[in-house]
Ligand binder design. Structure first.
Ligand code: NAD
Length: 335
């Protein structure tokens, strides 16, 4: 596997969405590798950004509280950067159904304008975009590889799909080197756990820490794959460091997909206190559910040498320990 360390030392790196789960963990790694890191994040309260996520590195990174929809800010901020990790996003599928225009503005239009600012002010920048498995929609076959048809089932999936395609278009037409990682469920310390807005695991973790039962929708037989955030960070670094990634999209994934009921059982076992229960699938969630999903990640394994290293159990143990320690930084008691 490519040794990424040397690529980032003294390099200027911009991370949009840098105060969120993946962005802040990526920032920590890049600081460790000696990069000069600039984080851009809007800190919209309903989204995943949290200043506590950069505790310990706050004096080693620059933070700019801006919205990626602001073209004037972005045209200034991309200048002089060697790498752009483009992670800012509206990530709630349910919110995208309630307010499709905001999702469109952030996940689609802002992506186009970020790329336009790169074209005008920094065409040598190299970009890695955080795409999503959601763009495949309901899988036609499993595991899902990158050749699978794209048929998103919600506004978020449609807008992220367009955002991803803009990146590849700018790579192909304008030579702005860009690649996209189609992420599956990513979890770990620094994820938003306040409510059910983001991935179900966020609210499950909060309920576990509060000693309350976690709710599994339907019969819990839907299959999913999960990546621990450190593995996802590694994939971003590899994609940025390798010229082989240019113009490519890559699935991330894991070796042991698991159904949600077994996943809930595992969490309950690790926590040792709480329990889970099966509840009817809410209609509005069922309408955009994709059924079973797990990815074929052999493309990124063969081209960039990426494999996930952290086992689900270990990742969950680390995550639960983190929120037991820092719960007050992620939600207020009685909230
Ligand atoms: N975590 C997952 O399971 C997962 C799965 C698929 C794709 N992704 C993608 O990965 C990226 C990062 O996800 P994450 O899990 O770290 O989520 P996150 O919500 O923790 O981080 C996203 C960050 O983007 C910021 N942001 C949102 N809108 C913004 C705007 N208009 N301007 C500036 N900043 C803005 C938020 O404040 C937040 O800090 C997202 O684009 C998401 O779509 C994540």
């Amino acid at each position: 596997m490519l040794d990424t360390a040397a690529h980032f030392k003294d390099k200027r790196v911009l991370i949009t969405g840098g105060l969120g789960l993946i962005g802040s963990n990526l920032a920590r790694k890049l600081v460790e590798l000696g990069a000069e890191v600039l984080l851009v994040d809007s800190l919209i309260p309903e989204y995943g950004g949290n200043l506590f996520n950069i505790t310990g590195i706050e004096d080693k990174v620059h933070v700019n509280i801006s919205d990626v929809r602001d073209e004037h800010s972005m045209s200034y901020l991309v200048q002089g950067q060697t790498y752009l990790f483009n992670l800012a996003g509206q990530t709630s599928h349910m919110d995208s159904m309630q307010d499709p225009y905001v999702d469109l503005e952030i996940n689609c239009r802002a992506q186009l304008s970020i790329l336009e600012t790169c074209r005008k002010y920094n065409p040598d920048i190299k970009v890695v975009f955080a795409s999503t498995r959601q763009i495949y929609g309901k899988p036609q076959y499993l595991p899902v590889d990158e050749k699978h048809v794209l048929r998103p089932v919600d506004f978020n999936g449609i807008n992220k799909m367009a955002g991803e395609r803009y990146h590849i278009l700018y790579n192909n037409i304008y030579g702005i080197r860009a690649s996209a990682l189609r992420l599956t469920n990513t979890f770990g310390p620094r994820m938003r756990v306040k409510d059910a807005r983001q991935m179900f695991l966020g609210i499950w973790i909060r309920l576990l820490i509060e000693g309350k039962p976690i709710q599994v929708y339907g019969d819990g037989t839907q299959i999913r794959d999960f990546n621990y955030v450190d593995d996802v960070v590694e994939a971003f670094l590899l994609a940025a460091a390798s010229e082989k990634a240019n113009g490519e999209v890559f699935n991330l994934g894991a070796d042991n997909p698991i159904c949600l009921r077994d996943f809930a059982k595992l969490l309950v076992e690790l926590d040792g206190r709480a329990e889970y229960c099966l509840v009817p699938f809410p209609f509005d969630r069922k309408a955009i559910d994709i059924g079973d999903y797990y990815a074929d990640y052999s493309k990124i394994r063969s081209i960039l040498g990426w494999v996930p290293k952290v086992q689900l159990r270990d990742g969950l143990i680390r995550t639960l320990a983190y929120y037991q320690q820092y719960r007050d930084k992620y939600w207020e008691a009685g909230e």
